[in-house]
Design a protein around this ligand. Structure first.
Ligand SMILES: Nc1ncnc2c1ncn2[C@@H]1O[C@H](COP(=O)(O)OP(=O)(O)O)[C@@H](O)[C@H]1O
Ligand SMILES: [Mg+2]
Length: 160
């Protein structure tokens, strides 16, 4: 089964915000806001920048810091709980088991996961995979749906 994918180019962080807001409203439009989104790309690609705008789109007004040392940062918002992961410093995927990772997925929650490849078998499979590449003029986003839900989200997105 193949799911749709699309691409988006952002010259500036402000243009990244447009994509993040667009995807956030497409997730919001789902009857259940539950979603797992992986963010791939090198250090400095813009994974946290995307996450910041995405989380703010759900009404968060404070800062969004990179959860590099905490592994996960929770945002309990009016509409949904968002868990922002950064697994860059994860030494052993088993640590995810010890922190009760399963409880973070499902239940109408959204998970944003930076460095998902470090999570091994313990992560829920993604609905969307967003890959960000640094180019000389900005950031190239490739957005792939990986589930029926991800496909619906992409279809409801202006970026599609
Ligand atoms: N189009 C763009 N989108 C996102 N960030 C950009 C863009 N252009 C430049 N940047 C800069 O790139 C950096 C991205 O950092 P960050 O989001 O922390 O990356 P990551 O989480 O992937 O390591 C920020 O300093 C941001 O200002
Ligand atoms: Mg980051």
């Amino acid at each position: 089964m193949s799911y749709p994918e699309t691409s988006f180019f952002a010259n500036t962080p402000e243009e990244t915000a447009i994509l993040a807001q667009d995807l956030a409203s497409a997730v919001s439009a789902e009857s259940s806001t539950e979603a797992v989104i992986y963010l791939d790309g090198d250090l400095g690609a813009g994974k946290t920048t995307f996450s910041r705008y995405f989380i703010q789109s759900f009404g968060h007004t404070g800062s969004v810091k990179s959860p590099t040392y905490t592994l996960v940062e929770p945002y309990e918002l009016s509409e949904v709980s968002i868990f922002h992961f950064d697994l860059y410093r994860l030494a052993d995927p088993e640590e995810l088991e010890f922190m009760g990772i399963r409880d973070y997925f499902g239940e109408g929650n959204i998970a944003l996961v930076e460095w998902s490849e470090k999570g091994g078998q313990f992560l829920a499979s993604p609905d969307l995979v967003i890959s960000i590449e640094i180019t000389s003029t900005g950031r190239q986003f490739s957005i792939q749906a990986k589930s029926a839900k991800g496909a619906r989200i992409l279809q409801n997105c202006k970026c599609a």
